[in-house]
Design a protein around this ligand. Structure first.
Ligand code: ADP
Ligand SMILES: O=P(O)(O)O[C@H]1O[C@H](CO)[C@@H](O[C@H]2O[C@H](CO)[C@@H](O)[C@H](O)[C@H]2O)[C@H](O)[C@H]1O
Length: 469
């Protein structure tokens, strides 16, 4: 390993966005290293290949470089270390996402980029492109958005978010693809531009692997007056828990009106996606395959989290019932990882964000059409999370449990009603499909929490126990 690779092997596992926590790093190699700015400071785009238990994952690192000893105090938290990059002089290397002097350059390059459509255009190892008609303002200072994120998002002024994808899967990122397909919708933040490169695709062209056009980052409108759906829902729940004897509908912070409007917005986005992108219908064989994939996920999760064992039988029964559904199940492109943290409430209504799908799933799988009820199930799970998370480790949990159930039930029903009213299929009439998707999402969450937030593992486990009761 080079000095830089050694520093990265120490730094990357400590980052929130690193998906490989829980397994040691066996190999680390800088796959590609493209300078965007040479001199002092310097800026490079690195693609870092990390091998763990026989599998290679790739991550993007925007590397800032300054002469050793000149890293300003406010960038100390972004430091990766000091190394010699070949010039003979020691160099401070750091996460450039935190340095507005360097991120400003990205905005300039995006503003000057040629107009293109995603998956078209070319030229150079790191390419900047702009959607036709999208003018980008420059000279704005960036700040890194804080939060439990799988990626790193920068807010430029009050105008744009530059979402830089950390774990790179070969291919067009569905967030860019779907956001671009939905451009003009009042329910989506306007997309402007993107950055892409070609990365090694181990799955392509045999064992040698090919190079595949891959999205590195997407620039979109910053919804400045917006509040996160999770924050709004959590406030409503907190309000109810102050007086748990009151029915959620009579409590001052009732969320059902918002949940219903969110359901209608979701249906509108699904209809737009069905108009813009391919649709299909699942055959009985497809349904069996899907049920098989759900079982595979359950087995994987159970091998990692043995507390799932008691529910395997009930879950299998639900997946088998799903496999036997004998009505045509329409499929289309969907959000794929839908929850309250992916929607924001603006003055004008709900806006959906982050069409990336489940970050741990290969992009090729995430881009497959699916039932829109998968998204409905995701949001229903999120109401359950919002109701339960304040009970984790709380001595008031037994006292508050009935209020938690009532809040989740009321908002699940309101969301489903809004979804049907907004032109989506009526979730109430597709219980077998919905139940299987909800279980599958909860099993995904068991794995997600085991890897990222073990103290929240009880939330999906308790939900599975309740669904199975
Ligand atoms: N365009 C935007 N406008 C306003 N807030 C945003 C925007 N994009 C992201 N956010 C905020 O950042 C959070 C995380 O963004 P998201 O795209 O979901 O990233 P990740 O995939 O890393 O979770 C969102 O929950 C939202 O609060
Ligand atoms: O937002 P991401 O694309 O990074 O999604 C991942 O992280 C989410 C947590 O931030 C996770 O969502 C789970 O926790 C939410 C509360 O924090 C809850 O509202 C969701 O229902 C629950 O699934 C998501 O699953 C994961 O992919």
């Amino acid at each position: 390993m080079t000095q830089l690779e050694e520093l990265l092997a120490d730094w990357i596992p400590r980052q929130r966005w690193f998906a490989g926590k829980g397994a040691p790093i066996d190999t680390l190699r800088v796959d590609s290293d493209h300078p965007l700015l040479t001199g002092e400071p310097g800026l490079r785009v690195l693609v870092v290949a990390i091998g763990q238990r026989g599998t290679v994952s790739r991550y993007q690192v925007l590397l800032g470089l300054r002469p050793a000893g000149t890293l300003r105090e406010e960038l100390a938290h972004a430091a990766i270390g000091v190394c010699d990059l070949g010039s003979g002089d020691p160099c401070a290397v750091y996460d450039a996402a935190h340095d507005p002097e360097l991120t400003g350059l990205l905005l300039e390059r995006l503003a000057q980029a040629p107009a293109a459509r995603p998956a078209s255009g070319g030229g150079g190892p790191v390419r900047f492109a702009r959607l036709p008609g999208a003018a980008v303002r420059t000279g704005l200072r960036s700040l890194v958005l804080k939060g439990e994120q799988s990626n790193t998002s920068l807010v430029f002024g009050e105008d744009y978010v530059l979402k830089s994808f950390r774990r790179l899967w070969p291919g067009l990122n569905p967030d860019l693809e779907l956001t671009a397909a939905l451009a003009g919708s009042p329910y989506v933040a306007r997309p402007y531009a993107w950055i892409e490169t070609d990365i090694t695709d181990d799955g392509a062209a045999g064992a040698a692997g090919g190079r595949t056009r891959t999205t590195l980052a997407m620039l979109q409108e910053y919804m400045r007056s917006a509040t996160d759906g999770w924050v709004l829902a959590a406030t409503s729940v907190r309000d109810l828990y102050a007086t748990p004897e009151i029915a959620p509908g009579d409590a001052g912070g009732d969320f059902a009106g918002e949940a219903e409007r969110l359901g209608a917005a979701t249906a509108a986005v699904h209809r737009a996606l069905a108009r813009e992108l391919p649709t299909d219908v699942l055959t009985p064989a497809d349904l069996r395959d899907l049920a098989g994939a759900m079982m595979d996920r359950l087995h994987l999760a159970t091998s990692e989290v043995p507390e799932l064992h008691p529910y395997v039988g009930v879950l299998r029964t639900a997946y088998e019932a799903f496999a036997r559904v004998d009505e045509p199940l329409p499929i289309q492109r969907v959000h794929g990882d839908y929850h309250l943290g992916q929607v924001v409430r603006t003055d004008a209504g709900w806006v959906l964000l982050d069409f990336e799908g489940e970050p741990a799933v290969p992009v090729a799988d995430r881009r497959r059409p699916s039932s829109p009820l998968r998204d409905v199930a995701g949001m229903l799970r999120s109401f359950d999370y919002a109701a339960r998370y304040q009970l984790v480790g709380s001595s008031r949990a037994p006292e508050l449990a009935p209020a938690a159930r009532a809040w989740a039930q009321r908002n699940r029903e309101a969301f489903s009603a809004g979804y049907a009213f907004g032109g989506g299929v009526d979730p109430e009439k597709h219980q077998t499909v919905l139940r299987a998707f909800e279980y599958d999402k909860a099993v995904y969450e068991v794995l997600y929490e085991a890897h990222h937030r073990p103290s929240w593992l009880r939330i999906p486990l308790d939900s599975i126990a309740a669904l199975a009761a």
